[in-house]
Ligand binder design. Sequence first.
Ligand SMILES: [Zn+2]
Length: 255
Amino acid sequence: MYELKQTKDLTYFAPPGWRGVLCAFTTRRGGVSKGPFATLNLGRSCGDDRAAVDQNWRLVLDSLGLEGLPRAAAWQVHGTKVARIEDLPGDYHLYRDTDALITDRKGIVLSTLYADCVPLVFYDPWNRAIGMAHAGWRGTRARIGPITLAAMGQAFGTKPSGCLVGIGPSIGPCCYSVGPEVAEEFAPLDVVHSREGKLFVDLSRANQRLLMREGVPPENIQASEICTSCRQDLFFSHRGSGGKTGRMASIMVLL
Ligand SMILES: [Zn+2]
């Protein structure tokens, strides 16, 4: 069960029991952004004031004790490209057209952004490697989770049986209604249900099933099972807000 953690000014969720790695799923609490971005918006391209977003990032990195470390971020496009981070060209680098980041280097801050999509994080304690992937319905359909796991296997020797997986807060099957075309894509995973004439998909479970098929033991997967749309007091929700909203971040560092 994920617990809400508080460190200085930051409120965040983390997969319980992981050692040797720092992993945080931020919430919207804290920070200085206003209006639909209130208050801890970490997305630079959703319409918020740039200075406020920069200040929010400083607050997050300072609260987690990560200030001054190099940071790798992804320009997410709902695709399946995985970037392996070795040496950053500077203190901050944005990897274009990328939805997953992996590394075995200590002290590099990986981050991806969310407002309903499923945040996947991977930790291989045997080979000391980490990864993260942004899985909306397109990324999930395109198997970004298994693709990221395979990339870690190739780069670091990660085995599915030895890898820990965290699934952060995302839109739940209570709120994620989809059209029949999308529902059809997910029917083989048995994650679609209908209610009051509408179809709903459980994207978190879809990702769990895909990873288990690759050989990740169910007990290695920890899912937060908190819905971003139900809990807009805690999270930004693209669907729940009608589109104009901020972004939370998944943050990971190998210690
Ligand atoms: Zn919900």
